[in-house]
Design a protein around this ligand. Sequence first.
Ligand code: URA
Length: 188
Amino acid sequence: MEQEKAENLKNLEEGVKGCSNCQLRKGCRQVVFGEGNPHALIMLVGEGPGGEEDKQGRPFVGAAGKLLDKILEAINTDRQEVYIANVVKCRPPNNRNPAPEEIKACYPHLQKQIEIIKPKIIISLGAVPAKILIDPKAQITRLRGKWVEKDEFKIMPTFHPAALLRDPKKKKPVWQDFQEVEREYKKY
Ligand code: URA
């Protein structure tokens, strides 16, 4: 069982690396599958890889990722303990938002990651994951900070760390959202 999750993720990753379900793969350097603890209770879901992620093949390793590392540290966890993935695994050109058909094509990969890892808490970063995980009409400003209960896990929607870099007023609400996550996490 312990070994199984890691193996299943590895097999899934191999499949996703060969994916050509949408046009994005042609325009990016590499697939950014996701990384972290296969047994994580907390999973973070971002939008899609940016330039640095595309270069390194790892999620959240650019400026937004550095801020995310600090936020995780503030709630006494880190990348080794959680699992980090994105809605789309290939960088959209010029960092535009992924198009609805690209999201639709890639979503099954995220669903399988969730199925394998079975997190108790999903932190949804920004509007793109909130729309696919919670509600297609989701407005992140309205939704953020309130738990969304699903059968298998709870989702905490919050702002994307890149939004915090643009607008420091968002730091306080995100801080509150992550503290709420820490409170919930301590129950497990
Ligand atoms: N933004 C995201 O949504 N995901 C990343 O991996 C990096 C930046």
